[in-house]
Every structure is written in C-alpha cells, then in structure tokens.
Write a protein that binds this ligand. Structure first.
Ligand SMILES: *Cc1c(COP(=O)(O)O)cnc(C)c1O
Ligand code: SF4
Length: 357
C-alpha cells in the first residue's frame, strides 16, 4: 500500500485519535460529540494543527463547531438549487452545468478531509444528496454535446480514485473530439501531497494536445509545507498547471496579514491564485461568513500594489447562474464627463481622459 492510501486508511475521525495530536478544547469536544455529520482529516493535515490554539486555521477548517447547528443565511437543499439539478435540461447525476462550453463532471463523493465550510456538504459531508456515479453515462452525455469544450473533473475529490480509474477518465475524455481541455478540482495537493506519486504523474503527464489543469484549495499559509511545494513541483514537471481557489473565511483568512501571506506563499510554491470565493449560501456555515465587500477590500489592502500582481486572485461568488465577479470600483474616485480620477494603493490620485464611444 502506498503512503497516501495509508493516510486515508488512518483518517483522524475520533476524539481519541485527535487527543494524541492536540489538546482538544471543551467546546471542540462537545461539538464533536454532538455532530451528526461526518468529520475527519488525513493524519498529515492534522499534524499541521496548533496543539493548544482552537483558533488555529487548520483546526477551524477540520473540527466541527456548535455553530453548524445554526442557520440564518443558508439555503436548504443548496446543491440541488445551485447546480440546477431540478431544472429543465435532462442530465446524468454526474453532470452539473451552468455554462454553454464547459461542465462539471462529479465523479466521487469522498474527500481527504471534510471541510467545515464545504458548500457541497449535502453531497460530501452528510451525504443526504445521493448521486449515481455512473462515469460511462457521464462520458456518453459529454460525447453527445459537441458544444462542450472543457470538462471539470470534480467531486468530492477525484484524485482519491485509483490511478487506473483516473487514467480511464482522462483517456475517455480525450477520445471525445470536441474536448479541448481537462480541469481537475482537488484539495489533495494541500491536505495529502503524498497523493502526487510517480504513478499519478505518469497518468497525468506526457505531452498531449488536450492539456490538464488543476485547481486546488488552500485557505491559509499554515497549510503550506515543503511537502506541498514538492507535490506542486511534481505536478508542474509533468505538465499540469496548478491554480488555487481560496474561500474567504471569517476568522481564518479575512485579515490583511493572513490574506497577503497566503497569496505570497502560494506563488512561492508555484501555485497561481485563480479565484477567491465568497462563502456560498449553503446551510450551517454562517459562522464563516463575512460581508460581501470583505474580499474586495482585502485585495485592495493586502494585494494590489502591495505585493506581486501575480498574487491577485479574482474575487467571485459562485451562484446558481454562474460565477459573478465582486470587484467594486474602489480605484475610481470620480467619473466625470471629461475625465476619470483614479486612486492607487498609497491613496495618491491621477487622471485619465474619459473617451466617448
Ligand atoms: C465553477 C464552474 C465552472 C467553471 O467556471 P470557470 O469560471 O471557468 O472557472 C463550470 N461549470 C460549473 C458548473 C461550475 O460550477
Ligand atoms: S475538499 Fe472540497 S468538496 Fe471536499 S469537503 Fe473540502 S470543500 Fe468540500
């Protein structure tokens, strides 16, 4: 058995195992004892937890909280609503569609950790949404839809599938003539970097006309280690481009210092920040929710002009009608008939003529 499989087999999902790693607080203990839904993490990711601080960003993302029982802003049956699963178009369970030219192909409902802020909780954490994971049925649907250029392979975490199944999915997608690219969404480079084995590199690698892109999810610099850096390097070396989709989380990355550090560290290990997501309106995650403006303010105060431009993600909210950018015009101080007044990160202003059509 490979190291990553051992890590999955030895998931930390009981108080007894957790106590060997951290000093569990009374609140954490109570929430764990009362939770009715799945929780757990790889031993590797657990080892990054602060032993004593319950506010540790890793602890907060992994350990249940009593606030999960509350819900003010979340929409029940969120995923069915968000992915238009009750809509008009007849699609296999594995296919989620919001755009004309690309679709999400959900191939598995397990994950390496069970993020407390997950917006796909119904599918992944409490498993109340049961999907039929018929890969061939999904592939057949994609084959019949020649307008689809790109397939996003997602889950759960698709890289938890065995190498031969991943190889099968990639090969079958590449046999479809209208598919121009494949994108994987996987948190494993962060929470289980051991998964990027020689075997997996072989499956993902080698030159091919249809490229593979991968987006991972990293929300705090504390999640990044030497092992992460090596896993990303291994992915890049076999031709897989790596991006990040962070989630804006109250108390974890919604301050200027953590936010800047996260995005600088991502670049240091060669991950290009892609999206910053506003927390979606799924139920039971209000305790992670910030005002909508927060993400744009953080980009203004921590990134733009303050550090490498490559560190800047696009701030978006994923909705039932697609992703919508949330970047207010903070930099436009005044828009006149003749000119714009623009402000930079130091508060200095400059002007630019307003050009008529
Ligand atoms: C996020 C998402 C995509 C990809 O959107 P991009 O803006 O290209 O990253 C495609 N389909 C669905 C259903 C999605 O949720
Ligand atoms: S890895 Fe992604 S799908 Fe899995 S629990 Fe975390 S946020 Fe949800």
């Amino acid at each position: 058995m490979e190291e990553w499989q051992l890590q999955m087999q030895n998931q930390i999902d009981t108080i007894e195992e957790l106590e060997k790693i951290i000093n569990v607080s009374p609140e954490e203990r109570e929430a764990i004892e009362n939770t009715k839904v799945k929780w757990g993490t790889t031993p590797y990711f657990a080892s990054l937890m602060d032993r004593d601080d319950p506010k540790c960003p890793i602890r907060q993302q992994v350990l249940p909280s009593k606030y999960e029982q509350q819900n003010e802003y979340g929409i029940e049956n969120y995923l069915v609503y968000k992915e238009n699963r009750a809509g008009d178009e007849d699609r296999p369970d594995t296919i989620a569609r919001q755009y004309e030219d690309r679709i999400a192909f959900t191939v598995v409902n397990t994950c390496g950790i069970y993020c407390r802020h997950c917006f796909r909780k119904e599918l992944v954490v409490d498993k109340s949404l049961k999907l039929r994971f018929d890969i061939d049925e999904g592939l057949e649907w994609i084959k019949e839809h020649s307008e689809v250029r790109e397939v996003l392979v997602t889950g759960g975490d698709p890289l938890l599938l065995p190498d031969d199944q991943i190889e099968y999915i990639i090969r079958k997608i590449r046999e479809i003539p209208h598919i121009e690219m494949i994108r994987f969404g996987s948190r494993l480079p962060i929470i289980l970097p051991h998964r990027i084995t020689k075997g997996l590199q072989k499956v993902l690698g080698e030159y091919h006309k249809v490229p593979i892109w991968l987006n991972t999810q990293c929300n705090h610099a504390k999640e990044i280690t030497e092992k992460t850096a090596k896993a990303v390097w291994d992915l890049l070396s076999c031709g897989v481009n790596v991006g990040n989709q962070a989630v804006l989380l109250k108390g974890i990355n919604d301050d200027v210092k953590s936010f800047q550090e996260l995005h600088q560290m991502l670049l240091n290990i060669r991950i290009r920040p892609y999206y910053l997501f506003y927390l979606e309106p799924a139920p039971g995650i209000d305790h992670f929710r910030t005002p909508i403006e927060k993400g744009a303010e953080l980009i203004r105060d921590a990134i733009r002009g303050h550090t490498s431009g490559l560190a800047q993600p696009m701030y978006v909210i994923a909705t039932n009608i697609g992703k919508i950018p949330l970047m207010p015009d903070y930099y436009i101080k005044h828009k006149g008939k003749k000119e714009y007044i623009l402000e930079n990160h130091r508060g200095e202003t400059t002007s630019l003529p307003n050009i008529p059509e």
